[in-house]
Design a protein around this ligand. Structure first.
Ligand code: NDX
Length: 254
């Protein structure tokens, strides 16, 4: 195994530890941005949400895009390249559309730096592994795992973007108040945007059939699943008229 690929596996190990860390650290206390500022009020400086989200998510787009641009010509058109293009499409949207439209509250600088490092590491891990380590059989494009995984990825992305759009419409520019989200998958769950994102990375892991993709999907499930749970609790506490049948993350179940 090449040295770079061994490093990839070390990073996968770190990502798995981060998932475990997220479960332990955030089980009782939320992550410390957005709604969670309300309960934690961390000391320190803040950045405008748009600047923070743009800069922190940018490496997750740029690093894989550079890896694609520098890859050996023989890999053009390979499943790994196509999958990495999907990854870049997600982060293009998150960096250049979501971030620049967000109406979120100021973002703690400390969380900004942690997120920046996370996005840099994850962008490198997924990019390097898909281009230089992953090996796919010649019929991977017709394999059920690839087709179904890409379909699930796109479905999740549509749910995520639509749900983020619904959230954004709850505020006028400059407002920071919280309202009850309505419509789309919010009819069933408080964390509709998170559900979409989790579905996305599960689909990606299926299509990529790789440990780094699986590690990121598990991380997203732990981090966003807990966040959905905390937000659900927040809504129930703040809004007495919050829909009783709405669940935290999984419609009709949890
Ligand atoms: N950024 C992913 N952990 C994270 C930032 C925090 O993209 O060290 C993971 C990401 C990072 C985290 C990132 C990784 C782990 C870190 C963590 C910080 C510490 C942690 C580094 C990188 C760490 C260990 C130790 C384990 C390693 O004012 P406001 O901001 O609340 O406004 C919100 C608004 N809104 C409402 N407006 C009106 N009425 C309401 N009721 C409203 N409710 C919300 O909507 C926002 O402007 C907007 C969305 O808010 P919210 O809270 O629903 O979503 P948010 O959490 O901000 O995520 C936004 C999108 C969403 O689509 C989500 O799926 C995606 O980003 N996301 C977010 C986090 C991580 C992630 C995806 C992933 O893991 N794939």
């Amino acid at each position: 195994m090449q040295g770079g690929c061994q490093q990839s596996l070390v990073l996968v190990g770190s990502a798995s530890l981060a998932s475990l860390g997220a479960l332990i650290v955030y089980f009782g206390e939320p992550a410390g941005y957005g709604k969670d500022l309300e309960s934690l009020l961390p000391a320190g400086a803040y950045l405008p949400a748009r600047i923070s989200w743009f800069l922190q998510e940018l490496p997750a787009f740029v690093v894989p895009a550079v890896i694609i641009a520098l890859q050996p010509g023989s890999l053009l058109g390979s499943p790994g390249t196509l999958l990495l293009c999907l990854f870049c499409a997600h982060y293009f949207q998150r960096t250049f559309i979501y971030s620049l439209l967000t109406r979120g509250r100021p973002y703690p600088v400390e969380i900004f730096f942690k997120s920046l490092i996370f996005c840099l590491g994850n962008g490198f891990l997924q990019g390097h592994h898909l281009i230089y380590c992953a090996e796919y059989p010649s019929n991977w494009y017709t394999d059920i795992r690839f087709g179904l995984g890409v379909f699930i990825f796109i479905l999740g992305m549509v749910i995520n973007i639509h749900s983020d759009y619904i959230m954004r419409q709850l505020r006028k520019p400059g407002e920071t108040t919280y309202r009850i989200p309505q419509g789309g998958l919010f009819t069933y769950v408080s964390g509709a945007n998170y559900l979409g994102e989790i579905i996305e990375w599960m689909g990606f892991a299926l299509a990529a059939w790789s440990l780094p993709a699986l590690a990121f999907a598990v991380f997203s499930l732990c981090f966003l699943g807990l966040r959905a749970f905390h937000h659900h609790r927040f809504y129930l506490k703040v809004f007495k008229n919050y829909p009783k049948s709405r669940k935290a993350l999984i419609p009709f179940i949890f």
